[in-house]
Ligand binder design. Structure first.
Ligand SMILES: [Zn+2]
Length: 50
C-alpha cells in the first residue's frame, strides 16, 4: 500500500488506475480528482507527503 499524496488515503498500487509520474517517482491516487489535483501542483503535494 502507498499513500495518496493528495488526500492521505492508503491506495493499493497494484489496483489503482490513477497513477502519475513526477521527478522519477510514481504516485498513486484514490480517484481521478486527486490525480488531477496532484498534476496541477505536484510540488505542493510532494512537500506535504509524510
Ligand atoms: Zn485521494
Amino acid at each position: 500500500m502507498v499513500k495518496d499524496p493528495v488526500c492521505g488515503m492508503e491506495v493499493d498500487e497494484t489496483k489503482s488506475e490513477f497513477e502519475s509520474h513526477y521527478g522519477g517517482k510514481s504516485y498513486f491516487f484514490c480517484s481521478d480528482e486527486c490525480l488531477e489535483k496532484f498534476e496541477e501542483n505536484p510540488e505542493h503535494y510532494i512537500a506535504n507527503a509524510a
